[in-house]
Design a protein around this ligand. Structure first.
Ligand SMILES: Cc1cc2nc3c(=O)[nH]c(=O)nc-3n(C[C@H](O)[C@H](O)[C@H](O)COP(=O)(O)OP(=O)(O)OC[C@H]3O[C@@H](n4cnc5c(N)ncnc54)[C@H](O)[C@@H]3O)c2cc1C
Length: 480
């Protein structure tokens, strides 16, 4: 990465965007349109983020199979290429300082960049599903199976059972069917009572009917293909010795056992707040989405001035809403550094806000309909919750009995959340379990503190830093 610093200001860029998904691409292109010097960094090899992963390289047959929602990404990626934005792929951001200095690793070397405004469009990740047996070989998140399909056209072999709830689960089931996988069953864990919670929001959702039509289409397709459906499943166990062999559960008062070679779990997506937590930004627990969200204003600025978080990283709203929020964040950034005046900013924002509202209307309905079951955060004692350190649910409950009030104390005494994923796979579950144990709200209990490096990186990459300032800050944090 060859980066020059403006000797007068010390800044390398006007705007840096982390993340090349719909929010990040839209933010970078909008900022560039207003004359900002922009760099976009993404750890993936190509633009696209989660929804449009690999869209610029996927063979035509795979693009066809993944459908028009996926193909939309080609247009965005082509526009990005022509936009004058400096793109750095295969580039992992592993630290961000309070002065917005970004430390990123590319091909084993770390570099520091300093923008006037930083837009972190780091998207979402799948909610953990701590179900007995979820650590067995052959169990994947449904999103992970979709990543394999998008990146390499691979599908699980043998009988594949999908378990959980949410629109992405239905989408992945249909995409796998089209790609030739043997979908043996769809086991929905969504409680039937969710329908009552969701119904009051149906009117608003139907103002953007395309989403409801898409959902109905996916359900019909699975029915036509004869995929067995189970509803309100509970007491789920994934069985097997050295790998998955079956799934057992209770549905409609009966015990069911299905032979399976692969089990794909999914209970919705939640904002990826690792970077926001690293910077100790203000967060709120959203009781509808059952997730942490960084607090942002109308221009997606966080509690750290100059840092904006649009897209699914702020609140789950889908790809088209992410595109709109990315553009709004860029308008906020361009205005903050004087590249656009207030009246132009407001005028240009109007159309994006309208789009954002349009694509957010369906959200409350979906959130209520696919609210994960309560039992998901009450796993049996022997179920592993922290996969990196193999800490089980019983240990976390024991920590609560011993008096651990929050996730950080629990981490200190049990190593839960101390592994290389820094709690991505367990943070939400641990916070919710502790909140239950102490009869507190999740907001009161809080979440893990995150420290650099955000992602595992080789030591040589830190050592190779041209300026030692960030590696010193990283070390200081580590020993605090
Ligand atoms: C696994 C998965 C699959 C999904 N599939 C679909 C789908 O098929 N259809 C659909 O409608 N919705 C899908 N979604 C939901 C989808 O993510 C969003 O609606 C949409 O992509 C959000 O856009 P975004 O730009 O906010 O984030 P994303 O598209 O997630 O983009 C975030 C980008 O940030 C990058 N990034 C994150 N951290 C770093 C870092 N430290 N350094 C460098 N780069 C970083 C990531 O590599 C990623 O490219 C999926 C979600 C997940 C988690």
């Amino acid at each position: 990465m060859n980066i020059s610093t403006d000797p007068g200001s010390g800044f390398t860029h006007d705007v840096i965007v982390i993340g090349g998904g719909p929010a990040g691409m839209s933010a970078a292109m909008t900022a560039a349109e207003y004359g900002c010097k922009v760099a976009l960094l993404d750890e993936q090899p190509r633009p696209g983020g989660q929804i449009y992963r690999n869209v610029t390289r996927a063979p035509a047959a795979l693009r066809e199979l993944l459908g028009p929602d996926y193909q939309r990404g080609s247009g965005l990626a082509e526009r990005l290429q022509r936009s004058g934005v400096e793109c750095h792929f295969d580039t992992t951001v592993w630290d961000v300082g309070q002065d917005l200095t970004v430390t990123a690793q590319c091909h084993g070397r770390s570099t520091q960049l300093r923008p006037r405004q930083l837009i972190a469009a780091t998207g979402a990740m799948e909610r953990p599903s701590p179900i007995p047996g979820w650590t067995l070989p052959g169990v994947l998140n449904a999103g992970a199976a979709q990543i394999l399909l998008k990146s390499s056209g691979t599908v699980p072999s043998g009988a594949t059972v999908l378990v959980g709830g949410g629109p992405l689960l239905l989408l992945v089931a249909c995409q796998l069917l089209d790609a030739g996988a043997r979908v043996a069953a769809l086991v929905q864990t969504t409680p039937t009572s969710n329908l009552l919670r969701a119904l009051p929001h149906l009117g608003r959702a139907s103002l953007t009917p395309s989403y409801l039509a898409k959902g109905a289409g996916l359900l019909q397709k699975l029915k036509r293909a004869g995929v067995p459906f189970y509803r309100d499943a509970r007491e789920i166990r994934i069985e097997g010795e050295s790998g998955v062999s079956a799934l057992t559960f209770r549905a409609g008062g009966t015990c069911v056992s299905i032979a399976a070679d692969a089990v794909l779990l999914h209970h919705g997506v939640v904002p990826n707040t690792q970077l926001a937590r690293l910077l100790r930004l203000e967060h709120r627990w959203d009781d509808t989405q059952l997730a942490w969200q960084p607090c942002v204003d109308a221009w997606f600025e966080t509690s750290l001035p100059g840092l904006r978080i649009p897209g699914d990283g702020a609140s789950i709203a889908g790809a088209l809403a992410a595109e709109a929020s990315g553009a709004l964040a860029a308008l906020g950034a361009a205005a903050a550094i004087g590249r656009v005046d207030c009246s132009t900013q407001e005028r240009e924002a109007r159309a994006w806000r309208k789009l954002l509202r349009k694509h957010s209307r369906v959200r409350r309905f979906l959130d209520e309909l696919y609210r994960p079951p309560e039992w998901l955060v009450a796993p049996p004692d022997e179920t592993i919750v922290c996969r990196c350190e193999e800490v089980d649910a019983g240990t976390i409950r024991h920590m609560a009995i011993l008096g651990c009030q929050g996730p950080n104390q629990t981490k200190f005494f049990s190593r839960c959340g101390m592994g290389p994923c820094q709690g991505r796979q367990c943070a939400i579950t641990v916070s919710q379990m502790l909140a239950r144990a102490h009869f507190k709200s999740v907001q009161e209990v809080g979440s893990y503190r995150i420290r650099p490096p955000l992602k595992p990186i080789p030591l040589g990459s830190i050592a190779a830093l041209a300026s030692p300032s960030v590696s010193r800050s990283a070390c200081k944090e580590e020993f605090e």
